[in-house]
Design a protein around this ligand. Structure first.
Ligand code: ZN
Ligand code: ZN
Ligand code: ZN
Length: 88
């Protein structure tokens, strides 16, 4: 079977990459939804930014950092986790 590709000029936001930028890297749930331990999105389930620029649900990250194998590293890039200054 031959697949003809006419162009690779796809929009920058279009991607087959499984690492979807819009989902929490820990629970794979969208940032604008709440983490699996919460039922109501919004202020009750805040996001947390790391200095490595990764974003997670705060609850997911706290759970992750409390896990013995996390070694207090970012779960995405395994650099020591540092919470970035709050975004306004
Ligand atoms: Zn999450
Ligand atoms: Zn939550
Ligand atoms: Zn990171």
């Amino acid at each position: 079977m031959k697949i003809k590709v006419n162009t690779w000029t796809v929009p920058a936001y279009w991607s087959w990459d499984v690492e979807n930028e819009d989902v929490c890297g820990i629970c794979q749930v969208a940032y604008d939804a709440c983490c699996p331990t919460c039922t109501v999105p919004g202020d009750g389930c805040p996001l947390i930014w790391g200095e490595c620029s990764h974003v997670f649900h705060m609850h997911c990250l706290i759970k992750w950092l409390n896990a013995p194998n996390s070694q207090e590293q970012c779960p995405m890039d395994r650099t020591p986790w540092k919470t970035a200054a709050a975004h306004s």
